[in-house]
Design a protein around this ligand. Structure first.
Ligand SMILES: Cc1cc2nc3c(=O)[nH]c(=O)nc-3n(C[C@H](O)[C@H](O)[C@H](O)COP(=O)(O)OP(=O)(O)OC[C@H]3O[C@@H](n4cnc5c(N)ncnc54)[C@H](O)[C@@H]3O)c2cc1C
Length: 339
């Protein structure tokens, strides 16, 4: 039995571990576009606490893959999936055959279309390499202009402030994503962010993001009313978009994410999906739903692997999705937790 997992994040990596436990003899291949072994992205804000070596972020030691007889192909981008031939096609045109496939490709940072042309003037925080780029670009005590302010960004903002930097948040409708805040509650939540040390700019539309042409600080955000905000780094945090493009001709159902039933099975034969890439049918809500957070995503890897090896268990969320306004006036997101 050849099982292929696309994606080396928590969903794919945990699924591989469970598959190995339940089927000691099967072949498991993880294919990942990333260059690194499985590492904990939730810890990346620690680059500002002096934790600079990628090895410090590894979840398993490098010997793990040989010990578990799991083949990991890094820097390998999947371009296409052909469910009829049961193959995945890699960007260098090699095809790999599978008996069962798990898609665990996560998501990438979403940037609103009108800001895409300024991408070169911004640095996202999607992986270790980018995290190190931000660290390099940000001087001690420097200023980060954070656009959007999803919970991943707000988590980073907490660390930046604790390590002596300043964060100016340009808030908008993606602030607190994936949490949804009632319009009536929003002022209190924004006030909580100010209490946490962020400077919050709200209700302003960005016209453009520019380099300061060699001057310090290196970047400026210009609003439609002409007002200018200056900072060392501009970082977009507008939530995630599921990484599904390579599946577009596979003929399986996709809305924003890959649609799966509660057992995480897609509409394609012998293809499952888990993690940030999938939208799971919720009989209670009578709708497809994204579930985020380390524990949920890990559970999805577990459920998919169990069902690929004969079980029929449904996914059920382990993380309460409510953002909390705490007694000390600061906010807390359950998505900041991992084990
Ligand atoms: C810096 C950072 C901090 C985060 N912090 C939090 C947090 O505090 N709380 C929270 O809830 N969420 C956080 N997230 C979101 C978090 O990534 C996810 O909830 C979780 O890690 C998703 O795991 P996953 O396994 O689904 O996908 P990912 O961890 O995104 O892994 C996807 C994998 O798929 C690979 N891949 C993608 N496309 C292809 C392709 N075409 N071919 C081959 N390989 C491919 C990628 O290289 C990667 O290995 C954070 C994300 C980032 C980037």
């Amino acid at each position: 039995m050849q099982r292929i997992i696309i994606g080396n994040g928590i969903a794919g990596s945990h699924a591989a571990a469970v598959l190995r436990r339940r089927d000691p003899d099967c072949q498991i291949t993880i294919v990942s576009a990333g260059a690194l072994l499985f590492y904990n992205r939730y810890d990346l804000p620690d680059v500002f606490r002096g934790r600079g070596d990628w090895v410090d972020y590894l979840v398993y030691p490098p010997s793990y893959y040989d010990e578990q007889n799991i083949k990991l192909r890094r820097k390998t981008l999947v371009k296409d999936v052909d469910p009829n031939k049961r193959t995945i096609c890699l960007s260098h045109r090699e095809a790999l055959s599978y008996d069962q496939l798990l898609v665990a490709t996560g998501g990438t940072g979403y940037i609103p279309e009108r800001l895409l042309e300024y991408s070169d003037s911004m640095i996202s925080f999607n992986n270790y390499r980018l995290a190190m780029m931000v660290r390099k670009a940000l001087p001690d005590g420097g200023v980060v202009i954070m656009l959007g302010g999803d919970v991943l960004g707000l988590d980073l903002a907490r660390t930046l402030i604790e390590t002596g930097h300043s964060v100016v948040l340009v808030a908008g409708d993606r602030t607190f994503w994936p949490h949804e805040i009632d319009a009536d509650d929003r002022p209190r939540y924004l006030e909580a962010l100010r209490r946490m040390g962020l400077e919050v700019v709200d209700g302003r539309r960005i016209d453009r993001v520019e380099s300061s042409h060699g001057k310090r600080p290196a970047r400026q955000v210009i609003f439609e009313d002409g007002e200018v905000l200056k900072g060392d780094v501009v970082m977009p945090f507008y939530g995630l978009t599921p990484s599904v493009d390579f599946m577009s001709s596979a003929g399986i159902d996709i809305e924003r994410g890959i649609l799966v039933n509660p057992q995480l099975k897609t509409t394609g034969d012998d293809i499952w999906a888990a993690g940030d890439v999938c939208q799971i049918w919720s009989p209670q809500q009578n709708a497809y739903h994204f579930y985020y957070g380390w524990k949920n995503v890990k559970m999805m890897g577990e459920v998919a692997a169990r069902n690929m090896t004969g079980d029929e268990v449904p996914f059920s969320a382990t993380v309460d999705e409510q953002i909390q306004l705490q007694e000390d006036g600061t906010i807390y997101s359950p998505f900041w937790e991992y084990d």
